[in-house]
Ligand binder design. Structure first.
Ligand code: FE
Length: 339
């Protein structure tokens, strides 16, 4: 009986599910416990079996390329509009028209022709050592290039997709010349040469090696959670402050966890049904909470750990621009010697 209630509710919300049967094959770079519930709820509501392959994004992309027209992949789920752009340029996605997805997902967080859709967002923000930095000095991305921050700033390597996407957004807003000056300034202000991922930049604030760092929000939200010891000790997070940059300007740079239907998807209708399901209120909650991200659908709340980071205005730049400017972004970093 519970199944029937869930099913009919799903059919009202998502008419595409009415023709559902069979399976859907998802290639995903996600690996969160909450996703189990995400998939089992979908299976229960639709009768569609979810098969998953989980691996690094680049491995999955290469695998789909290698499998070619015979690829069993229906959906590719991964993060960052810059990486989605790379997959799209390789012809891995097909266009999807869906009133549900177009209705529920803000236009700037999806591909204009439906090649991919963002299902949660992360913000790329500035963290700082409360004992060493006045947050008034770091209210914008531009401020990180100010010579008065010499020797204080840490980022990961410029070849990382998050750094490329941030630079791509800066290019879009201020043009290549100013973007280059920014890269030059931030590089000159480095506390050390880039090493490690975003969590390593936070660790380096905790250890005193860096006073300021750029990181995605979810790494800090994860560190705040009591059962994850990403930082050496729980007190370390007390030492770290957060700034959502550019609140009086373009807004804070955000990116997406996203999915699209693969070009040769053998179960196309089921794939669309699954993406539509991901935009439902219940799935949004699980999807976003799994990695401490922000739901994209209006009215769905983020987890309390994520809410505790504070409210902010996001940059509403269409994320396709992050891919379109990607090659220029890497070229600018290279030109100024930003490793
Ligand atoms: Fe990440």
């Amino acid at each position: 009986m519970r199944f029937l209630v869930a099913l009919s509710a799903a059919l009202i919300a998502f008419p595409a599910l009415a023709q559902a049967a069979g399976e859907v094959n998802i290639y995903s770079s996600r690996h969160y416990d909450t996703d189990e519930r995400l998939y089992s709820d979908f299976e229960e509501a639709t009768g569609i079996t979810v098969n998953r392959i989980e691996d690094e994004a680049n491995v999955l992309i290469e695998r789909i390329k290698a499998e070619g027209a015979n690829s069993p992949a229906d959906i590719l789920l991964t993060v960052d509009a810059g990486r989605l752009y790379q997959a799209d340029q390789a012809g891995l996605f097909q266009p999807v028209e869906s009133e549900v997805l177009e209705d529920r997902i803000p236009a700037n967080l999806r591909h204009p022709d439906g090649h991919w859709f963002g299902f949660s967002t992360r913000a790329r923000v500035i963290f700082y050592d409360k004992a060493r930095v006045d947050p008034a000095d770091i209210q914008t991305y531009a401020s990180l290039a100010d010579p008065k921050l010499k020797g204080l700033v840490c980022t990961r390597s410029s070849s990382n997709i998050y750094m490329l996407s941030l630079m791509a957004a800066i290019i879009e807003h201020v043009g290549e010349e100013q973007a280059k000056a920014w890269a030059e300034g931030v590089w000159a202000n480095r506390a050390r040469d880039p090493e490690g991922g975003d969590t390593d930049q936070l660790r380096a604030i905790a250890s005193g090696q860096c006073a300021i760092a750029i990181s995605n929000t979810y790494y800090f939200a994860r560190a705040l959670s009591s059962d994850v010891r990403d930082l050496a000790n729980p007190d370390d997070t007390d030492r770290i402050g957060i700034v959502f940059p550019d609140q009086d300007g373009e807004g804070t740079h955000v990116n997406v966890s996203a999915g699209g239907v693969v070009a040769n998807a053998p179960n196309r209708d089921n794939a669309v049904a699954f993406l539509e399901y991901l935009s439902s209120d219940a799935a949004q909650k699980y999807f976003a909470d799994g990695n401490n991200e922000y739901p994209v659908v209006e009215g769905v709340e983020a987890s309390s750990a994520v809410e505790s980071l504070g409210a902010f205005e996001a940059d509403d730049l269409p994320l396709i621009a992050l891919g379109e400017n990607q090659a220029r972004a890497q070229a600018i970093y290279n030109e100024v010697g930003y490793q």
